[in-house]
Design a binder for this molecule. Sequence first.
Ligand code: OXD
Ligand code: MN
Length: 621
Amino acid sequence: MRQSFSVGIAALDTWVQSIAELCEPACILLCDGSQTERAELTRQLLANGTLIALNPKKRPNSYLCRSDPRDVARVESRTFVCSRSEADAGPSNRWREPVGMQAELLTAFRGCMQGRTLYVIPFSMGPVGSPLARIGVELTDSPYVALSMQIMTRVGSAVLAELEKGADFVRCLHSIGAPLLEGQTDVAWPCNPERTTIAHFPEERAVWSFGSGYGGNALLGKKCFALRLASVMAREEGWLAEHMALLGVTSPSGERSYVAAAFPSACGKTNFAMLVAPPALAGWSVSTLGDDIAWIRPVAGRLRAINPENGMFGVAPGTNHRTNPNAMRAIAADTLFTNVALTDDGDVWWEGMTEEPPTHLIDWRGRDWTPQLREPAAHPNSRFTTPLERCPSLDPNWNAAEGVPLDAIVCGGRMSRDMPLVFQTFDWEHGVYAAATMGSEATAAAESGLPAIRRDPMAMLPFCGYHMADYFAHWLSIGAQLAGPPPIFRVNWFRRDDNGRLLWPGFGDNARVLVWIVERARGRGNALVSPYGFQPGHADLPLAGLELPQAQFTALMQIDATSAESEARTHDELFAPMLDRLPPALLRQRDLLRQRLQSDASNASLPAANGSSAPSTPSAA
Ligand code: OXD
Ligand code: MN
């Protein structure tokens, strides 16, 4: 423990020293990522009431943490991209002028760590030393953040060794914004919600986060560095930082294909990344590399990908042995739970974990709870934080420095109508259009009575650190560098019939769609041609063991030209604020889609490639 800081790495020493002078911590601790350190952080957090030890017989080496009820989620309204030019932040970001924002934050940070320890956390996003990895250092006054960063990133001396060799690092400054003044007693979750601010400075490769101790606001390696700042770095350096799960799909003959999948928040990325194929798909299996972020880079004409994270920060509610058996096994031990409910025998529970809730719980706020109460026992955004290595379906190459070759890209939102279960786009440019115009339904009904669709390009709307139109142009330019870019697919697990019944079972059965996807990516697998792209016919999907009659399949895959045209017209709302920078290729793709839909209405057919020649829509087949 010390108040001055020197590890002999000039850039790091100078920065830490200047932050210590600003924030005035009682002491400075350099984190080494060791088990001893983890045990010490845990001991402290137990002693001050932040953590509750769970029953070691039920949930070994696992802890429950309850946050301040005002500090439970990412605060998008207080998240800023402070690029030097407002135009570079673009219409999807809240922009603040960097000098003014820094001045404001300097006032907030002044003396904010009094009475607290400043943890210096050197971390690597990606395997240490990998050409695809990048280094960050987080300075934080939250031991909960220090403990969580140990799980979510690779922390320790190997990272310092990289810095010694001269590697650059992203500067991540975090404070809960709650100094502990002389004579004050601490609370279990100190924070400062009134002043919460998360500011990104892309040109300085820096993020300053004040006031919140929670998840994406405070574990700065995740959304702030690995997506918002990394997207800017990736654009400059010729790669992609994406909000994507990363998984392997292995065939009965042992051929493994790798798939990256972009779904907006709360659309089941974690479930998809860990899915267990149904027994009827004998010999097929899915392996997991990551559930939230993928960094993707062209190498020798192909895309290669890593998951820069080292752990999972998954949403707990809805997770159970049916929806995600691998997650349930992963979190059986060595896991930090935040804002879930506590059972009377010292274990955890959340809505959807079991069909019947326990008769008594302590809820996420620490109050008695019984099923008669109308409020959920676990916060809807309650989380598990668990090391990736605990995942039973972990891919053998999850830690490979060179990453894995990408065979297919999948994206999709939550759409109760219009969007088919799956289609393959015609080519990279069309795929970029389909991913850019991806929408997902908000749960609250709009005035029309139909759910409102929120466009979430590549699931990056809250996470792209620069102008969205430039981001589309960057995607297009990446594809242009590749000899054979991986095919891009759209999926939709959430289509419903007129009675509101889901048409597709989802979860493990999504492996059936994955099988078709990787077969197509390998140049096999049959398809029909529709105005959206290539779609499987009933006989093309491996549906054995699933009760999915032809009529239901047709409803699942159908494209109604009239409603698809009106859906496509709303793409203009996404493009309108960025027309001045929008790549013409996207407008061309928009026009082509409209033409295809119009000619589909008059039943014209399109040439088929790599599949059977077919009527213009599968529904017409
Ligand atoms: C997340 C998110 O927490 O996307 O992963 O919001
Ligand atoms: Mn996410």
